[in-house]
Design a protein around this ligand. Sequence first.
Ligand code: SF4
Ligand code: SF4
Length: 373
Amino acid sequence: MARVKNWQLGREMSYWYPESRPKKQFAAIFDTNKCIACQTCTLACKTTWTSGRGQEYMLWNNVETKPYGFYPLGWDVKLLAELGAQQWNGSVYEGRTVFEAARPGERALGWRPGEQDYAHPNVGEDDCAGNIDKGAAFAGVHMAWFFYLARICNHCTYPACLASCPRGSIYKRPEDGIVVLDQSRCRGYQECVKACPYKKVFYNPMTGTSEKCIACYPKIEKGLQPQCFVNCIGKIRLAGFVSQPEDANPDNPIDYLVHVRKLAKPLFPQLGLEPNIYYLPPVHVPAQFSQQMFGPGIEHAVREYTHADADLAGLLGLFGSTEQIVPRWKRTGDFAYGLAEDGTELVKVPLREPIHERLALDPKFDVMRTNCP
Ligand code: SF4
Ligand code: SF4
């Protein structure tokens, strides 16, 4: 095994191939605080990519309610239990990754879900953690909690699917780091299904090959955000490209939130894949839970989010504001601007939407109106 740098772990780790980073790395940020679990993203993906035979059960994008929602069943808790203690010392991970904990003869610690595990994608939906006594409703702020976790393939820097494929069918595109699967090479061994800790590779029993999210790369190549992003009702998503921490550029919205403000966190960084979908953690969830899911620095991220300054408020307003990828951004006064690489304005968003108060009785049309500020 090679020794590679994983900045999310704050240390080197063992991986099956030497470190080889793409020219640019596709990445995204999801704001968990704005997701309403409407599943529009899920359907946008489904109708675009997985409406064929053998794909019925596949959800390349899914949204589950945490802590009790899973697709497939128990995808995360099962692996975490097997992995054992996952200790952080500040920002350095001291436990084992899935590669370091692999059983003899295997490339990553993993498990293969059964048919039934995929049968209930909405299991645990809106179920609360915490006790609600018999007959009681909400008795206080945050006594009970849940949140929605939208998930796609993480287009990992160190993909376990890629490492485990005996046919070499999976590769990272050098131009954008998107992880794709060559179905003409695949023989359906499903080692990738077993190895991906996020369970984002799916086996198609009709074709006998595996399939996965491709980050809508035909759109990315045209400078557009993927389908699940542009259809997101809650405007929780922003697609772009992430740099290594030492190359972070504050003008790049992804770098700004991940590296500069340290607000956006990876999903289960301790597994060691350096996933490239980042999350703004839920503000109302116990920090211990969020830390296990998103790594260290949760208190800082929540504090920054809940006390957003003008820059942060402006940048968050750019989420879901345009179909185009926004590689650069800036805030001037009361407006945030999404910019192209050459500085051309792509979109302009006010920090605060103006409030228009209308007369309750409209004399022109002779109707009564309700104002909803
Ligand atoms: S999330 Fe899973 S399928 Fe996607 S790149 Fe990572 S290991 Fe592969
Ligand atoms: S479309 Fe957006 S708000 Fe709706 S479930 Fe998907 S991520 Fe959440």
